[in-house]
Design a binder for this molecule. Structure first.
Ligand code: 5RP
Length: 223
């Protein structure tokens, strides 16, 4: 199976974690797109979704799935999203799609994070994938210098030569050269730096379950 087929497989497997009659949290990315497409098949059995990005909102609505604002709803039963990296404890790096801040907000509002990923995302230690960090534009150079002091190299994410602007109107720094040995401490530290909106380490909002697409089928990892 190729990577796209593995994404379809885990997207479909995630339907087992969708409780009937509920509003669920929905993430962002190519794997989640497969999940959203599968979810359309049971849209009459859920009340709707809270979405982590404008892109996912558009896809959900195009398929006839009602989308609610976070502030309109209480705790969500489940949040389903992909990851750029996942370690043996369920800690993740996320934000490859620039939606990390909203993803963390919806994850924090949910009882259970179900991660859907193909097995290329599994790592021993977080840090190989460039770490996305959402920053207030005026702070990006200073935040990059703070990462340099930790041995990381921060680069502003560009689209067509200009800084990418997130759904929240901010910029993304992608940081390479890090080995994140203690994700809980690292997440807490970086989120204290002035100008950081959110760091793409999901240790405090880690996965409870990962549905991993492998050549042997879907492997369920519970943390
Ligand atoms: C978006 C994310 C995605 O979950 C992550 O980038 C994985 O994406 P994909 O499923 O396309 O590999 O964090 O901000």
């Amino acid at each position: 199976m190729n990577q796209d087929e593995l994404k379809t497989l885990v997207g479909q497997a995630a339907l087992h974690y969708v409780p009937p009659g509920e509003i669920i949290g929905v993430g962002t990315g190519s794997t989640v797109n497969k999940f959203i497409d599968a979810l359309a098949g049971m849209k009459d059995r859920i009340r709707g979704a809270v979405s982590s990005s404008q892109a996912s909102t558009a896809r959900l609505q195009a398929l006839g799935i009602p989308v609610f604002d976070c502030n309109e709803v209480g705790e969500l039963a489940v949040y389903i999203d992909g990851a750029d990296e996942i370690d043996p404890h369920g800690h993740m790096v996320k934000g490859g799609g620039a939606a990390l801040t909203r993803e963390k907000i919806v994850a924090a509002q949910s009882r259970q994070f179900v991660c859907i990923a193909d097995d290329s995302k599994r790592v021993q230690t977080l840090g190989k994938f460039p770490l996305p960090v959402e920053v207030i534009p005026m702070a990006s150079a200073r935040v990059a210098r703070q990462f340099a002091a930790l041995g990381g190299q921060g680069r502003l994410r560009l689209v067509n030569g200009v800084p990418l602007v997130t759904d929240n109107g901010q910029h993304i720094l992608d940081v390479t050269g890090l080995q994140i040995a203690d994700p809980l401490a690292f997440e807490a530290l970086v989120n204290l730096w002035p100008g950081v909106v959110e760091v793409g380490v999901f240790a405090h909002q880690k996965a409870a379950v990962c549905l991993l697409g492998t050549a042997q089928g879907v492997q369920t990892l519970v943390y």
